[in-house]
Design a protein around this ligand. Structure first.
Ligand code: ADE
Ligand code: ZN
Length: 330
């Protein structure tokens, strides 16, 4: 199954670049930048990755991102992720990055975007991986802060395909960001948002209706609401599901309880993604393999998940069709 999964052309639609910071690179960048981490070595870092919920993880994730200081750091982070993509058959990726994670600690907006976009360009040329970047707002901060971030991004408009919404979900409903999404849409951005990860199905309704999103990140709690499930099926709304993330953050206690294949078999456009692979135990390939090991995912289901990832992407239709024909021949 591993060889099949690695050879299966696929897109990754839910990946936080800051969440791909492996402990080895974190230590290397801390040394390079003269930063003291509260860990002596890689093993100690890995031991700290025990989470009971999303907030436990976010606290460690923002701390880890503190080692990213220079354009070169952001380049190295992004380049390391693209090499994982290459090894696992990811032909197209739509990664998030959170500008506010960096501007809030005094790193100018242009530092991260220059480093990331240079690596993505090189990935296209040298690795043949296409990528569309998503600017993600931190939902625990205010809508004014998100509007300010959007304004800072406008000079780099061509480097982004969409805006997204992440960080602490419960207590920060989509409706808080109605104005910023309206503005982003008017500027021509596609829209996505995390919803229904820890938050209720009502947040998925909010993301669809108040924000007008093109797809939902996570969305697994939609299964609690039959009317919403029917809407997702009827309107062919893509969900970017992240199985290893969901078990690490206790959205599901065990991979055997995960509902992604039930949703797939009911006709929901679910996809498989890694979210924060350095923290959750694997990249996109390991996520597919976990579904095979725990839920008996078949090759037919894996192909459908890969087709969904391409159809749910923001790639032009002709390019989608080209990749889908390769998937069906794998
Ligand atoms: N930021 C990084 N990963 C996240 C997740 N899974 N949910 C919300 N915010 C995030
Ligand atoms: Zn996420």
């Amino acid at each position: 199954m591993k060889d099949f999964i690695d050879q299966l052309p696929k897109a990754e639609l839910h990946l936080h670049l800051e969440g791909s910071l492996e402990p080895e690179l974190m230590l290397q960048l801390a040394t390079r930048n003269g930063i003291t981490l509260p860990y002596a070595d890689v093993n100690e870092i890995r031991r700290a990755y025990q989470f009971n919920n999303l907030q436990d993880f976010l606290d460690i994730y923002y701390q880890g991102a503190g080692v990213l200081q220079t354009e070169q750091d952001f380049f190295d982070l992004t380049w390391a992720y693209l090499q994982r993509c290459k090894a696992q058959g990811v032909v197209h990726t739509e990664p998030f990055y959170d500008p506010q994670t960096h501007t809030e600690r005094g790193i100018p907006f242009e530092v991260a975007i220059h480093g990331i976009s240079a690596a993505l360009k090189q990935g296209e040329v040298e690795l043949g991986i296409s990528s569309y970047l998503i600017l993600s707002f931190l939902r625990h901060l205010s809508e004014e802060a998100a509007l300010d971030t959007l304004a800072q991004a406008l000079p780099y408009r061509d480097l982004f395909v969409a805006v997204g919404l992440d960080s602490s979900e419960v207590g920060n409903p989509p409706e808080k960001f109605t104005r910023v999404y309206a503005k982003a849409k008017a500027e021509g951005f596609k829209c996505v948002a995390h919803a229904g990860e820890e938050g209720p199905a009502a947040y998925v309704w909010g993301a669809l209706d108040a924000l007008g999103v093109d797809r939902i990140d996570h969305g697994v709690r939609s299964i609690e609401d039959p009317t919403l499930m029917q809407r997702l099926i009827d309107e062919e709304i893509t969900l970017t599901v992240c199985p290893l993330s969901n078990t690490k953050l206790r959205v599901f206690d065990d991979m055997r309880d995960h509902t992604i294949l039930q949703m797939l078999d009911r006709g929901v456009k679910v996809t498989v993604n890694s979210d924060d692979p350095a923290y959750f135990g694997g990249y996109v390939g390991e996520n597919y393999l976990a579904l095979h090991a725990a839920l008996g995912m078949t090759k037919v289901q894996a192909r459908q998940l890969a087709v969904n990832s391409i159809e749910g992407s923001f790639l032009p239709l002709l390019e989608q069709q080209r990749i889908i024909s390769q998937i069906l021949n794998t």
